[in-house]
Design a protein around this ligand. Structure first.
Ligand code: FAQ
Length: 316
């Protein structure tokens, strides 16, 4: 049986066709997709917290309305992604439990604080910018439900990226204090954004037992972490120049020979520390998340009671 499954699966992957929930698939493929999609879904909902911190203090009604819509979009992305994960035979409840008890991760980036209004701009510009760079290739991921969810997610992320750029554009064309605020936010978010792409492909800081090679063979990842990181740097440096902001890296220099921007070393110790739970906001994010879940228990109970009543009525 396993050989037949493997042969059928390899045939689909080899022909660059999509694997659908009805298709038999190797256990390793199913497991790695659950891991990645769950981590991605958790990131979307934990990622609501840093920007939500500024909704009540956005500088105008227009900015407040836009930010509320943006944060709500992230909740929507979480919902598509939990649904995509459920097509692999797991339960949303189980995934949330694993987030809450630390068995599953969310992106390192959301463990950093949003100290000023400019951080709402820097998140849109850099964090959503990095997310798009990583997620556009996922629209061609071999698992159908994940790939399709990514199409809409990427469209919305592009809008988010532009709204972030526009916040920083306004600040960097404003007063000296506003310019300084924009620069400070860019300084704090630049390196953590580069870490979003994951550990380096090679060298001392590479992940022991990293997933890239296998995931590329399975058509889940289309580019390696370092390739996407370089694409992101190449896209973002000219945007920083347009904004009149300096990126906090003295080694940033155009390399004519490579046709890419060179950049300085990333602090991978910081990355692994944040992943292990020791970032500036890990504790706060997960505590807030657990509390929100507990506070929402009555909504889930009411929805279940309503569904049970509706089902009983239908049976009569
Ligand atoms: N944070 O071998 P690899 C967003 C882990 S965007 C935490 O390279 P893989 C939008 C990795 O899980 C953010 N952990 O692994 C938004 C693995 O650990 P494990 C979410 C990380 O899977 C914007 C280990 O390191 N986007 O939410 C990180 O092949 C604004 C070894 O790594 C996605 O999740 C990290 N940065 O590649 C929302 C995209 N990087 O599980 C709100 C989908 C690596 O073995 C506001 N995910 N690790 O214990 C992916 O593309 C991949 O999973 C990677 C990692 C590229 C993140």
């Amino acid at each position: 049986y396993t050989d037949v499954v493997q042969e059928y699966f390899d045939g689909l992957i080899g022909a660059d066709k999509r694997i659908e929930p009805r298709d038999a698939m190797p256990e390793g493929y199913r497991k790695t997709l659950i891991r990645q999609i769950a981590q991605h879904a958790h990131s979307e909902i934990i990622g609501m917290q840093p920007e939500a911190n500024w909704i009540s203090r956005a500088p105008s009604l227009r900015r407040k309305a836009i930010l509320m819509a943006k944060v709500q979009d992230e909740a929507g992305h979480g919902l598509y992604l939990y649904s995509a994960a459920e097509t692999l035979g797991v339960d949303r409840e189980e995934l949330l439990d694993k987030l809450h008890n630390g068995q599953q991760k969310y992106s390192s980036i959301f463990n950093y604080p949003t100290l000023t209004w400019a951080d709402a701009g820097a998140i849109g510009w850099l964090v959503d910018g990095a997310a798009i760079m990583n997620q556009v290739p996922l629209c061609r991921c071999s698992y159908g439900p994940y790939a399709r969810a990514m199409i809409r997610v990427c469209k919305e992320e592009s809008f988010h990226q532009r709204q972030g750029f526009e916040i920083l554009w306004t600040l960097s064309n404003g007063t000296e204090a506003q310019k300084a605020m924009a620069q400070d936010a860019a300084n704090r978010w630049w390196w953590p954004s580069l870490m979003m792409f994951g550990p380096p492909d090679t060298g001392e800081a590479a992940a022991p037992g990293g997933h890239t090679e296998q995931n590329m063979a399975w058509g889940i990842k289309r580019f390696s972490n370092d390739d996407l990181r370089q694409k992101f740097v190449d896209m973002t440096v000219p945007q920083a120049q347009k904004l009149g902001l300096t990126l906090p890296d003295p080694d940033l220099a155009w390399n004519e020979e490579r046709g890419h921007w060179d950049f300085g070393p990333i602090d991978w110790d910081e990355f692994w520390r944040v992943l292990k739970g020791d970032g500036p906001c890990n504790e706060q994010r997960i505590t807030h998340r657990r509390t929100a879940h507990e506070d929402g228990a009555w909504v889930r109970e009411a929805a279940n009671a309503y569904a049970a009543k509706a089902a009983a009525k239908q049976e009569v």
